[in-house]
Design a binder for this molecule. Structure first.
Ligand SMILES: Nc1ncnc2c1ncn2[C@@H]1O[C@H](COP(=O)(O)OP(=O)(O)O)[C@@H](O)[C@H]1O
Ligand SMILES: [Mg+2]
Length: 259
C-alpha cells in the first residue's frame, strides 16, 4: 500500500524526515506516534504526494512517484484532519459536506446523483450521524464533525484512509465514538488506515502496526505489541513512560522526566 525507501525530506531549516523506511501492506492498519514536530504530518504529506522527498523512493498503492498522476492517486486516498474543518463551507448541511467527498471539493457545488445521495446517507448512518444529515455542519459537535469528515472521505471509496490527529480536541465520549467508527471500518473490510496521534491510548484494537518517530527518524516500526513498550515510548517522547495494556489498548503513565 505504502512504501518508503531511505526517504529524506528537507523543508528549509533542516531535514524533517531522515532515512525513513516504512512499508504498509494490505490488511494492515498503522498508527504513527511521535512528539509535536517529529515529522508525522510531513510523513503523511509525502505519502500523499503533497510534498516531494529530497532523497529516496516512495510508492503508494503500487505506483512509484514520478510515474503516476498524483491527482488520480490522491482520489484513492481519504484524508481526515482537524485542520480540514475551517476549509469547509460550514453553513452547508452535514449531508452536503459528506457528498462533497465524491467531488473532491470542500463544499457541494455539483449536483449529486440519487445513488450518490443514498451512498452519503448510508455513510452518515455508518458513522452514527444519520439523524444530523440536514443540520448545518458548523452546528455539530467537534466529534460529530470529525465523523462526518470520515463519511466525506469514504464517499470516494478510498483504498487508504489517513487520519491526522482526528481525535484532537474531542471529549472522551467523542473520542470513543470516533474510535468505534474506525473499529467498524476495520471489521467491514474498509480501507487501510493510518492514524497519526501522540495519544497512545487512541491506538484502538483495529490498529495492527505502529511507527514511532523522533526528530524525523524512525525509532521503531512493526507490530504494535513490539513498538508500544515502555522503553520505546520513553525514547519517542523523551520522558520516562510506563505503558500498560488493558482492554486491548495501551495506557501510558509518566514515571520520570528526562533532564
Ligand atoms: N511549511 C513548513 N516549512 C518548513 N518547515 C516546516 C513546515 N511545516 C512543518 N515544518 C517543520 O517540520 C517539522 C515536522 O513538522 P510536522 O511534520 O508538522 O510534525 P508533527 O506533525 O509530528 O507535529 C517541524 O520541525 C516543523 O517546524
Ligand atoms: Mg502534525
Amino acid at each position: 500500500m505504502i512504501e518508503f525507501v531511505n526517504v529524506d525530506l528537507d523543508r528549509g531549516r533542516r531535514l524533517v524526515l531522515e532515512g525513513v523506511n516504512w512499508r504498509v501492506r494490505a490488511g494492515e492498519h498503522w498508527a504513527i506516534v511521535g512528539a509535536n514536530g517529529s515529522g508525522k504530518t510531513s510523513l503523511l504529506q509525502v505519502a500523499t504526494g503533497y510534498l516531494w522527498p529530497t532523497r529516496g523512493h516512495v510508492s503508494v498503492l503500487g505506483q512509484a512517484f514520478g510515474q503516476v498522476d498524483l491527482r488520480v492517486l490522491r482520489r484513492a486516498i481519504g484524508w481526515v484532519s482537524a485542520s480540514l474543518g475551517p476549509l469547509l463551507r460550514t453553513n452547508q448541511p452535514a449531508l452536503s459536506i459528506a457528498l462533497s467527498g465524491a467531488f473532491a471539493s470542500t463544499g457541494l457545488f455539483d449536483r449529486p446523483s440519487p445513488p450518490q445521495v443514498l451512498q452519503a446517507e448510508e455513510l452518515l448512518q455508518r458513522v452514527g450521524c444519520r439523524e444530523l444529515a440536514q443540520a448545518p455542519f458548523a452546528t455539530l459537535s467537534l466529534g460529530e464533525q470529525q465523523r462526518v469528515l470520515i463519511a466525506r472521505a469514504l464517499m470516494a471509496q478510498p483504498k487508504l484512509l489517513i487520519l491526522d490527529e482526528a481525535c484532537a480536541g474531542l471529549d472522551l465520549p467523542g473520542r470513543e465514538d470516533l474510535l468505534d467508527v474506525l473499529e467498524g471500518l476495520g471489521r467491514d473490510d474498509g480501507p487501510s488506515m493510518v492514524l497519526v496521534t501522540h495519544h497512545i491510548e487512541e491506538i484502538s484494537p483495529v490498529f495492527t502496526h505502529v511507527l514511532a518517530l523522533r526528530g524525523g527518524r524512525v525509532l521503531a516500526s512493526g507490530p504494535k505489541e513490539h513498538v508500544l513498550t515502555s522503553a520505546i515510548l520513553s525514547r519517542t517522547f523523551g520522558l520516562g513512560i510506563e505503558v500498560e495494556r488493558q482492554f486491548g489498548r495501551y495506557w501510558p503513565r509518566v514515571s520520570a522526566r528526562e533532564n
